[in-house]
Design a protein around this ligand. Structure first.
Ligand code: GLN
Length: 260
């Protein structure tokens, strides 16, 4: 199946609200088979659902190794994976690297979790010593360890407190000028020593937070959607009110339990 057929099939599966739509937002999920553990598929579902609830039309493209990269991409998402899954997407990542770098340079919002965060960095050296080169979009380098870093996390970020769950062997070091995504209030984060979590360059965010992170943190989801909506339509983002009561209560409880 071609990418266009896949996109139109996916779009057809979504409610057809094109008549009232404020615009169409193309979401690209990188490697959903190899890189989508610990519920990270929930980020993609959250984005398409919220895009629709804000009155826009989502079109979801699932990018698999060997497929042509979607022609239009307004918002990219990638998830966590085992070291073996990361190794399986390496060849394709090299093929689409220039496109991903140019989308990042154009300010297209991207959220890369855990394994894909590591591959958006300079390199991931697995605990077995295998060096997986990354895209270098984020100036971070990751070294695998025998001891995994596992547990709930609370961060302070530009979009407020963000909660999630980490599970990684990789210990990540930021380059000298690289901003983190957040500051660790509870949990381990990039490496357990410098208090940083994830990385952010322009509109590209890398983070270790599973959860999945977007349903648990709607402000983060809407910040990505807002940028994508503006770029897709050329007009300011026009959000609709959302009922986030359950997510807000769950987040507040995690913050209260771990931080305050
Ligand atoms: N395999 C990587 C690590 O263990 C990424 C893990 C993940 O994506 N959860 O560090």
């Amino acid at each position: 199946m071609t990418q266009t057929e896949l996109a139109s099939q996916t779009a057809a599966a979504l409610p057809d609200d094109a008549g009232r739509s404020k615009g169409t937002i193309h979401v690209v999920h990188l490697y959903p088979r190899e890189m989508s553990i610990y519920g990270d598929l929930g980020n993609t579902r959250c984005l398409t659902a919220r895009i629709r609830r804000h009155g826009y039309t989502p079109v979801l493209h699932q990018h698999h190794p060997g497929a042509p990269f979607p022609e239009v991409a307004h918002l990219l998402v990638g998830g966590g994976g085992q070291d073996s899954g990361q190794a399986r997407v390496e060849d394709d990542l090299a093929l689409v690297a220039d496109r991903l770098r140019s989308l990042a340079a154009d300010g297209v919002p991207m959220l890369m979790i855990c394994g894909m965060y590591q591959l958006f960095g300079n390199a991931f050296i697995t605990v077995a010593g295998q060096r997986l080169p990354g895209l270098g979009i984020l100036d971070v380098t990751t070294q695998g360890n025998a001891k995994r870093m596992v547990g709930p996390v609370v961060l302070r970020t530009d979009v407020g407190e963000v909660v999630g769950y980490e599970n990684h062997s990789g210990s990540t070091t930021l380059g000298a000028g690289q901003s983190p995504f957040g500051t660790v209030l509870s949990g381990i984060g990039n490496n357990g020593t410098d208090g940083t979590e994830g990385a952010r360059s322009g509109n590209v965010i890398g983070s270790y937070l599973h959860g999945p992170v977007l349903p648990a943190n709607p402000a983060l989801a809407d910040s990505l959607i807002g940028i994508a909506a503006e770029q897709a339509t050329g007009r300011p983002f026009e959000p609709e009110p959302q009922d986030d009561a359950f997510a807000d209560e769950a987040r507040t409880r995690q913050v209260r339990r771990l931080v305050r």
